[in-house]
Design a protein around this ligand. Structure first.
Ligand code: XMP
Length: 318
């Protein structure tokens, strides 16, 4: 019978056998899959695992530093690369969702390729691919593999893609990955994190992306997510986030009329993201969150809650 402990034991032995003393590169995303893959590999090959964690400037507020600290605390050999400016400069003026995704995918590949060259004599590329990714590898949802595919049309493969690939989780479902993670002693909070899209806040800022809009959305999102945690709602929700709408609306402040931004909050229940229902969050929570956002985040004067289910309304607005 399959148990997380037996999986860890067998897989670590297999990885040792397969990789020996060779060097492995792995891209950490802050998500569950890449983290569990990294810890398994680290257990098998220690410092020969070289992790790279890229800040694309579109992560949640303080996420890059917090997650990097957490990885280092776990003993992982991880390099944090802050490429925010490179991503944001490349996205300037871009408002088409698919072009945003492609640009982010392309810049990620460039940054990752640069960094992987700094790991001398690496032989392997490790990935946190899980079973649903394997069976959906031709899907058009725009996950990391999809962005890599669209990049392939131009020129040859980046060097790191010529490495031998190792995917220790490719036979596991998400819940099994979480159980393996728990058996490896990974922090419960990290294992329970909501999914977060690779292109990050770029696809939650409708229209063009500016540094100012990213900063506003990070504040709004942080108030919403920390509120969900404080109210004990975070673990009841499959995914949640805020969307910055390309709409200004009128507000009053004293005798003045303002014309400021509107944000939408979205929280869904789901098992795999293919279908999703909006979550019936308590009115008291929504009321408090809305007040906090409007009082604390300059430039936002209106908050709406998305009560649409998928299908047809996708989880992300772009
Ligand atoms: P949708 O919006 O299609 O989202 O209902 C389903 C799930 O996929 C995530 N998502 C993405 N993840 N790159 C990703 O890595 C993307 O371009 C992307 N688009 C959507 C979304 O957050 C949800 O979990």
């Amino acid at each position: 019978t399959w148990t997380p402990d037996s999986f860890v034991e067998t897989t670590v032995a297999e990885l040792k056998d397969k990789i020996g003393k060779e060097k492995v590169i792995l891209g950490l995303s802050g998500g569950v899959d890449s983290t569990v893959a990294a810890v398994l590999l680290h257990k098998a090959i220690g410092k020969n695992l070289h992790c790279i964690f890229v800040n694309n400037g579109l992560l949640r507020k303080n996420e890059f530093q917090a997650v990097l600290d957490q990885y280092q605390g776990m003993g992982l050999n991880v390099k944090g690369v802050d490429a925010s400016a490179r991503f944001l400069d490349n996205l300037e003026g871009e408002s088409d969702p698919e072009t945003k995704r492609k640009t982010i995918g392309r810049v990620f590949i460039e940054v990752f390729d640069d960094e992987s060259h700094k790991v001398e004599d690496a032989k392997w590329l490790a990935q946190g691919t899980i079973y649903p990714d394997v069976i959906e590898s031709v899907s058009a949802t725009g996950g990391p593999s999809a962005t890599i595919k669209s990049h392939h049309n131009v020129g040859g493969l980046p060097d790191y893609m010529k490495l031998k690939v190792v995917e220790p989780l490719r036979m596991l479902f998400k819940d099994e990955v979480r159980r393996v993670g728990a058996s490896l002693g990974i922090d419960k909070e990290l294992l329970g994190r909501h999914p977060f899209p690779g292109p990050g806040l770029a696809i939650r800022i409708l229209g063009d992306i500016t540094r100012e809009k990213v900063a506003i959305l990070q504040e709004v999102d942080a108030i919403f997510i920390s509120g969900l945690k404080e109210w004990g709602l975070y673990d009841k929700v499959w995914q949640a986030g805020a969307i910055l709408l390309p709409v200004n609306s009128v507000g009053v402040m004293g005798d003045e009329r303002t014309y400021e931004k509107c944000v939408a909050l979205r929280a869904v229940e789901s098992t795999d993201g293919m279908t999703a229902d909006w979550v019936n969050l308590p009115y008291e929570f929504l009321q408090k969150t809305s007040n906090d956002i409007i009082n604390k985040v300059r430039g936002v004067n209106r908050v709406v809650y998305d009560i649409s289910s998928k299908p047809p309304a996708t989880i992300e607005w772009e």
